[in-house]
Design a protein around this ligand. Sequence first.
Ligand SMILES: NC(=O)c1ccc[n+]([C@@H]2O[C@H](COP(=O)([O-])OP(=O)(O)OC[C@H]3O[C@@H](n4cnc5c(N)ncnc54)[C@H](OP(=O)(O)O)[C@@H]3O)[C@@H](O)[C@H]2O)c1
Length: 281
Amino acid sequence: MSLTDTYTLYNGVKIPQVGFGTWQSDGDDAYRAVRWALEAGYRHIDTAAAYGNEDFVGKAIKDSGVPREEIFLTTKLWNADHGYEATKKAFAESLSKLGTDYVDLYLIHWSNPIKFRDNWKEANAESWRAMEEFYKNGSAKAIGISNFRPHHMDALLETAKIKPMVNQMFINPSDMQPGVVEYNNDHDILTEAYSPLGTGAIFKIPELKTIADKYGKTPAQVVLRWSLQHGFLPLPKSIHEDYIKSNTEIFDFKLEDADVKTIDGFHGKAGLATDPDTTDF
Ligand SMILES: NC(=O)c1ccc[n+]([C@@H]2O[C@H](COP(=O)([O-])OP(=O)(O)OC[C@H]3O[C@@H](n4cnc5c(N)ncnc54)[C@H](OP(=O)(O)O)[C@@H]3O)[C@@H](O)[C@H]2O)c1
């Protein structure tokens, strides 16, 4: 197994099993981090319109010299831009900032933004209708959702002609969201694990260090390995070259089942998923 081994989405598109996160990486930090990530072997980069760094991510990809077609690039539709026309406009802006004529994956970032709280079903359906067009014309090789729970997905499927291929959600040992994962699995939707390190909070779990020491690994490596052993697709983020590199060294060991179970038991120790129906953004 390696960083560039892939999962296959239900439409046949292959997606590298570990992605590189860029939330809270502004400008030059994002540029440097993506360059280091590509040098370290990542071929899957996750950004979003809301991160404000698409132009820097796009430039880093260009300057890296890695051919565009070897990189799996994801971006996301922000909460202010739901609806058919707004989605078309937002997608065109993302492509322009990224300096590319297609993305590998386009996601609705949140299911129930405060701006559309009274009509979130219709707003998602209309965004999705635009995204189905991007998929059909090849400007998005795959389309999906993020922060969708089963009732949001059920609502989307009432009008969708094309099923989402991915659901990107908060998953780490502190919140495994089993009900949502089960729904994803039942519908052939790949589960991407965002905040796989709990945005840094998993390092506060002392038992994790004990397990990491047993394998001669870091807590970050153990948690990323745990994510892969569960069949998730983790998206670790860092702006430090040494972390970016060491977070890739997760293929030379395997967690024993007993340790996986112990880690499964860390629920609530490093934060919980945000409820998309009560967010204030
Ligand atoms: N769809 C969504 O709504 C959503 C929401 C959140 C995140 N995401 C995606 O998921 C990605 C990852 O989630 P995240 O940004 O919340 O964070 P994360 O990957 O869970 O954790 C990142 C934090 O851990 C630190 N870190 C990374 N590797 C480390 C290591 N080996 N040792 C010690 N510290 C380490 C980083 O530090 P430094 O950066 O200082 O190096 C940073 O503070 C995001 O960047 C984004 O692409 C999506």
